[in-house]
Structure formats: structure tokens, C-alpha cells
Ligand binder design. Structure first.
Ligand SMILES: [Zn+2]
Length: 472
């Protein structure tokens, strides 16, 4: 008797909101009565879902920047989420949590070495928190190209999730995962999510008002249709923003809990998750992907680099911001490599391993000493350390939220400018070379279509703030 299995995947993510100079999230009036959005979403979504053990029942990923905040803010909820994956890991040998590329960068827009850094950091972050390696990784905005998939496979990632329109076919079977072949005889499994059900669960409040009705009338019929053409076991994946459950839609944590605990079984369906499904279902069908596509822009990945109908205002600021920050990133890399190369024979590896310093697993000085090809003076050590901190900010400047919305004059784009200013400041402290004039000149062309605010104004304001690095 073929089985009908399904999984709900929640993508849980908030961009970094911390001021890089203070490490503190500024007051966000829109989030009242809470101090900021993170605290409000914690109250409405993370705490109730963790209390109901929903993180044990669904498939999920939590962005590293959100995890970092949650760990400090609410250690209890943080531990509950980790333990709920670990319970599955202990029972089945494979957990239900996915890792996520670290800074929510649109990876097809990143350089090859940035792709490697983002994926390496995401895996290290997952290992650090969950205590076992990840098998699946969530790609920010599911933005993909073959190089990204190859890096995932090289790093031991076995599967990812994409939107159905990212498959290179118009006749996708939504009840099976596919294998995507990669150069060098490697491959990766892709779960293409169910378009109709994911749209319903995400955007129709009535669909998630009653779990019994959803299981019987929405989930179940999608299996029956496909049963006629496919007599094997079937698996349907329904994907949404995880904060839907309780934050975007009040009390939907109850919907989720009942769907997984009683409603689906009553409808003849069994809840599972991608890693568990793969244990007993080898993937035989193959698929090619459409490169430079994503789940929340129907124009490929234009939303994060230029004008498209997703954000129908004057979007010239987006391409100018992308151009300016790409130029800055290249200049920061030159400073980093030129400075550290005489002392560190593998500067790329050092940068990739710096995540272990960020996670508190090793002291910066110990890592730098280990990677250095000679004994460094105190001054040289400080230079390498400041440049690594600058590189950390350099990664943050590509947080995709900076380009997601219509306007430049809002917190997310201004935050990436703040990180850019901090990267420039750290590089200047380390080397004496000042990238500020060139960067400000480029950022002058990033203008809010609404208020006329320019990115160079934000940048200069940030650089004018007083700040001294800790003695590292
Ligand atoms: Zn678009």
C-alpha cells in the first residue's frame, strides 16, 4: 500500500538588527508594545511553537543571525528548539533542522569565494549549535545556480529546497524529490515544494484556520490526483515563512500542532521530514535547474539587484547599491590579501575558519597563530585581527534584506550601509588605507525615491561616530 507523506517546512529568519558599534538593537517603534521586532516575534511565534514541540514535528531552518540573538535573549526557547531537532536525530539518525547560508546573502550574486564562506560558515554554525552536521541547507530566498549546488555537495550537504518554478521543466511531479547532476560526477537532491499548497498556507488565512479541514480538503486531494499516474510512495513538501505560525497569522502554532498530531493521521497522511524520507526512498528521477532564480522574485533574482515588478517603485537605488558594495568588497579583499599574505600562507582558509572565533570556539589570536607562517609581532597580530573583523562586516553588507523592499530609506538598507562603514573603519584602523572617499562617492548615487535620502549621507554619519576596538 503506497504511503502518503508530507512535511511542513518553516523558514525562520530575521535580519541582523544590532548596531555594529554597540551590539544592541535600537528601539523599533513599529514593534510596540515590544522594544523591537525580534522581541515581538519571539513572543508571538518562537516561544509558543517551541512550547508545543512544533520544532520536533516540522522541517525547519533558523537563520544564524536570528539564532545568535535568540541564544542571548531567551536561552530556554533556544535550547528547546535545538533539543527538538536532537530528539529526531537521536531517534532516526537524521535531524529535521536544516542549516542556512550564514548572512542571508543572495548567493548567485556573490563571488565564488563568498559563496564558499557563506556555506562554510552556515555549516559551522549549525554544527556548533545542534552538535551534529547538517544534511540539508536552506539557500537564502532559495536563490540558486549550479556553482552554489556544487559547493553544497562538496561540503557534504545532501539536499536543499527550491521553488517548483526553479526546475527546468513545466511538468514537475510535486510528490517526489529529484536528483540534480553536478560537474565532477557529484549530485544533490532537490525537494521542489508544492506550489499550490505553499501559496495557500502562506497567503490564505482561512486555509490555516482549521487543521482538520486543511488535512482533509487541501492536503489530501493533492495526493489522490497524483496517485493515478504514480503508484509509489508519495511525499509532498509545503514551505512557508515560519513566522507565519503565530506572528503573521495569530494562533497558527495551534493549527500546526494539531495538523501534525491528529488531523493529518485522520486524513490518512503521515508527517515526516526530508532527511527521514530519504532514508527509505532512494531518489531516482533527475532534473536540471533554472539558474539565477529564487522563491520571492518572479524575475529571477532581479529584486536584489535592480528594478522589477516585485517592488514597483523607482528601483535605481538597488543597482547602484549593489554596484557600490561590490566595489567596496573587492577593495576590502585587496587590503586583506595584500596585508596578511606575507604572514599567512592561506588567507582564504583563515577567513573561512574565522567563524570558529565568531562562535566563541577559539580565540582569534590562537587561530591566527596557528595559521601564521612565522611569529607575528603584537602590531601584526592586531592588523590581521582587525582585517578579519572587517571581513566579517564585509559579509554582512550583502544581507539580502537590504534590497528586498521598495525604498532605500528604511532600516534594512540603512543597516547594510552601517556595516559597510564599519568594514571601512576597521580596514583603515588595520592598514591606514582609507576606502571612505571612494565608497562615499559611489554611494552618492543610491537615493531614496521617496525621501531623497542618500546612502553616502548614512555612510558618513556612521563613520563620524566615535568608536574604539576592544584590545584583541
Ligand atoms: Zn521580481
Amino acid at each position: 500500500m503506497p504511503t502518503k507523506s508530507f512535511s511542513i517546512h518553516g523558514h525562520f529568519y530575521q535580519p541582523p538588527r544590532e548596531d555594529p558599534l554597540t551590539g544592541i538593537i535600537p528601539q523599533e517603534p513599529g514593534a510596540a508594545p515590544h522594544k523591537n521586532w525580534n522581541e515581538r516575534i519571539l513572543d508571538e511565534c518562537y516561544q509558543p511553537n517551541a512550547s508545543l514541540h512544533n520544532f520536533e514535528k516540522i522541517s525547519f531552518n533558523v537563520g544564524p543571525t536570528l539564532f545568535t540573538w535568540l541564544e542571548g535573549q531567551d536561552p530556554h526557547t533556544y535550547q528547546q528548539i535545538l533539543n527538538q531537532d536532537r530528539a529526531n536525530y537521536k531517534k532516526h539518525g537524521v535531524g529535521n533542522a536544516f542549516a542556512q547560508a550564514y548572512n542571508h546573502t543572495i548567493l548567485p550574486l556573490a563571488t565564488s569565494s563568498d559563496k564558499i564562506i557563506q556555506i562554510t560558515w552556515g555549516i559551522a554554525d549549525f554544527n556548533h549549535r545542534f552538535g551534529h552536521p547538517p544534511r540539508g541547507m536552506w539557500l537564502p530566498e532559495t536563490a540558486v545556480d549550479y556553482e552554489v549546488l556544487s559547493i553544497l555537495a562538496n561540503q557534504g550537504i545532501e539536499y536543499t529546497i527550491l521553488a517548483p518554478w526553479q526546475a527546468d521543466t513545466d511538468e514537475l511531479d510535486p510528490t517526489v524529490p529529484y536528483r540534480v547532476s553536478l560537474p565532477g560526477s557529484s549530485s544533490i537532491v532537490v525537494f521542489f515544494y508544492h506550489r499550490g499548497l505553499s501559496t495557500r498556507i502562506s497567503f490564505s488565512a482561512e486555509a490555516t484556520a482549521n487543521a482538520d479541514r486543511f488535512a482533509a480538503r487541501e492536503l489530501s486531494p493533492n495526493f489522490q490526483q497524483s496517485m493515478e499516474v504514480n503508484s509509489g510512495d508519495q511525499f509532498i513538501l509545503v514551505v512557508s515563512d515560519g513566522e507565519l505560525y503565530g506572528h503573521h497569522q495569530p494562533f497558527r502554532e495551534q493549527f500546526l500542532s494539531h495538523l501534525m498530531d491528529g488531523a493529518s493521521a485522520a486524513a490518512g497522511l503521515s508527517g515526516t521530514y526530508p532527511g527521514l524520507w530519504l532514508k527509505s526512498h532512494p531518489v531516482t528521477r533527475t532534473m536540471r535547474i533554472r539558474e539565477r532564480t529564487s522563491w520571492s522574485c518572479h524575475h529571477g533574482i532581479t529584486r536584489w539587484t535592480g528594478e522589477c515588478a516585485c517592488t514597483p517603485w523607482d528601483g535605481r537605488w538597488k543597482s547602484n547599491l549593489r554596484y557600490s558594495l561590490n566595489r567596496l568588497a573587492a577593495a576590502l579583499d585587496s587590503l586583506y590579501f595584500d596585508t596578511v599574505y606575507p604572514w599567512i600562507s592561506k588567507p582564504r582558509t583563515l577567513r573561512e575558519r574565522y567563524i570558529h572565533v565568531m562562535l566563541g570556539e577559539i580565540e582569534a589570536e590562537d587561530l591566527i597563530n596557528e595559521m601564521a607562517n612565522r611569529t607575528l609581532t603584537g602590531q601584526q597580530m592586531r592588523q590581521v585581527y582587525l582585517l578579519l573583523e572587517s571581513q566579517r562586516e564585509r559579509q554582512r553588507i550583502f544581507t539580502s534584506c537590504g534590497w528586498f523592499f521598495e525604498d532605500f530609506d528604511r532600516i534594512e538598507p540603512k543597516n547594510v550601509i552601517t556595516y559597510a562603514a564599519q568594514a571601512v573603519r576597521l580596514a583603515r584602523l588595520a592598514t591606514g588605507d582609507d576606502l571612505a572617499p571612494q565608497t562615499a562617492a559611489d554611494l552618492r548615487h543610491v537615493v531614496s525615491p521617496v525621501t531623497g535620502l542618500r546612502a553616502d549621507q548614512v555612510f558618513n554619519q556612521q563613520l563620524a561616530r566615535e568608536w574604539e576596538p576592544e584590545q584583541g
